[in-house]
Design a protein around this ligand. Structure first.
Ligand code: MLT
Length: 261
């Protein structure tokens, strides 16, 4: 089943393995291919499903209006309904982590475990919000390659391989303009979910690249401290994109998480 269709939305999904479902949620402006290394490694223990969120990858198009994190969380629940799974391991990277925290708030009983990877619980600052609008303006004025240029060095650590750089560039340059504008609006408007952390009652892994400048280790540490049953993994020699920069370390942390249930 390469697509999940419901409520007039068609989401492309990548699947590997069998067993309990683990749902992988990508970041901005990326797609499900960022999880390929995790799908290969974890398919022994889980039915891994990596979703292209609406507007991203090969999923149905969006119109550029703000993509709300709650709407993305509802889509994740829709995928679980379609594969007849009440609960899943939810793995959210960066913007996918914002959606995962919305999911944790709306559907707390549908999580078996939670992984928050290179993400944060807080909302954008005033400067951060202005930065979202400036990026949307730059995108429509100068094109996607200009955005990719800007983001490349911010997202990857100094040691990132040429292959990791290529994967990132492909994802960014394939992302539709309307999706980038919609996701920027949705992230700008998102709710601060720091208070949700204390309500999370499933085993949780907080994972962050040691050189992540977008969602720095100090924020990951604070999130892990606020969650009842959380471990913190700081991934050496990685920037923001730990799942593609250091896949083995991220896979090990997820395997450890899955062994806790
Ligand atoms: C992401 O990687 O999803 C984004 O960089 C997150 C953000 O811009 O807040």
């Amino acid at each position: 089943m390469p697509y999940a269709e419901f409520d007039e939305v068609r989401l492309h999904i990548r699947q590997a393995g069998s067993g309990p479902v683990a749902l992988f949620v990508h970041g901005f402006p990326l797609d499900s291919s960022m999880w390929i290394d995790q799908l290969h490694a974890l398919s022994e223990v889980r039915r891994c499903i990596a979703v292209d969120l609406r507007g991203f990858g090969r999923s149905s198009a969006v119109d550029g209006s703000p993509l709300r994190m709650e709407e993305l969380a509802n889509d994740l629940a829709g995928v679980l309904d379609l594969v007849s799974e009440e609960r899943a391991d939810i793995i959210g990277f960066s913007m996918g982590g914002y959606a995962a925290l919305a999911f944790a708030e709306i559907y707390p009983k549908r999580m078996r475990t939670l992984a928050l990877v290179d993400t944060r619980s807080g909302a954008d600052s005033a400067d951060g919000k202005a930065g979202r609008d400036a990026m949307a303006q730059k995108l429509v004025a100068d094109g996607r390659a200009a955005i990719a240029e800007l983001m490349q060095s911010g997202l990857l650590g100094p040691q990132a391989s040429i292959a990791a750089q290529a994967r990132l560039r492909t994802m960014i340059e394939n992302c539709p303009y309307e999706t980038i504008v919609g996701a920027l609006g949705g992230m700008r408007d998102r709710t601060d979910r720091t208070e949700v952390l204390a309500t999370i009652d499933v085993p949780t892994a907080v994972i962050v690249g040691q050189d992540d400048g977008v969602t720095p280790p100090a924020e990951a540490e604070a999130m892990a401290a606020a969650i009842g049953d959380a471990t913190l993994t700081i991934v050496a020699e990685s920037g923001h994109m730990s799942p593609i920069e250091q896949p083995a370390a991220v896979n090990d942390a997820l395997l450890e998480l899955f062994s806790r249930v």
